[in-house]
Design a binder for this molecule. Structure first.
Ligand SMILES: [Zn+2]
Length: 211
């Protein structure tokens, strides 16, 4: 990990300096960082044994789609959670689509150190290779019919393209109102939106509040 991320000071000078580590290293993982065989993301959040709160987006409610229905709020401090490959999952008010990843995703929320407000929410997955892919999908909120799916060949094109793919997935879904109209039950679904709130149009910001 350190070989990939790179630090410009001798390790013995900084290994006990958590502030330095936060400032210089954790920041690089704010989105995703490829470290050889793994991809790691680290986000700073309020993390307790009861819940996780994102400083910008509020209570962190992750939802997974399973044969038994929708499961939610599975993340708690020090509880390792795995979303297996192929399982659609999203986070309310944070991901305005369902993420379907060939790779298993492992989550470990670590509470704040004494005196600090935010803990470290660690996400880890194997680096996709070959034909591995992920997609950004939309399902009807009423009946869970799949409405739209935008694939990204993560094994071939790597991490570098995921944010552009996410943006394009949201843009192309939103571009045609027919996509949001469920062919099975007739429900008209809200617009999609990206992970990064800075990318919200006024209409997407409204949709983010809805779901
Ligand atoms: Zn429907």
């Amino acid at each position: 990990m350190f070989a990939t991320v790179g630090i410009d000071q001798p390790i013995e000078k900084i290994m006990d300096d958590w502030d330095y580590l936060d400032e210089k290293i954790v920041k690089k993982f704010t989105t995703w960082q490829e470290t050889g065989q793994n991809i790691i993301g680290i986000r700073r959040r309020t993390i307790t044994l009861k819940e996780i709160v994102d400083p910008k987006k509020g209570t962190f409610n992750s939802v997974t789609m399973t044969p038994d229905g929708l499961l939610s709020k599975q993340h708690k401090a020090m509880k390792i959670h795995i979303t297996p490959g192929g399982v659609p999952h999203r986070v309310e008010h944070s991901l305005g689509f369902w993420h379907i990843n060939d790779m298993d995703e492992l989550y470990l929320p670590i509470p704040a150190r004494p005196g600090e407000e935010f803990g470290h929410f660690v996400v880890l997955m194997q680096t996709p290779t070959g034909d591995d892919r992920e997609s950004y999908a939309q399902y009807c909120q009423k009946c869970l019919t799949m409405l739209y799916e935008y694939p990204y060949l993560s094994g071939r094109f790597g991490l570098a393209g995921i944010w552009r793919a996410e943006e394009e997935a949201v843009r192309s879904y939103n571009a045609d109102p027919k996509h949001r109209h469920c062919p099975e039950c007739g429900h008209v679904n809200p617009l999609g939106y990206c992970w990064n709130v800075a990318k919200d149009s006024p209409e997407q910001a409204e949709a983010r509040l809805l779901w």
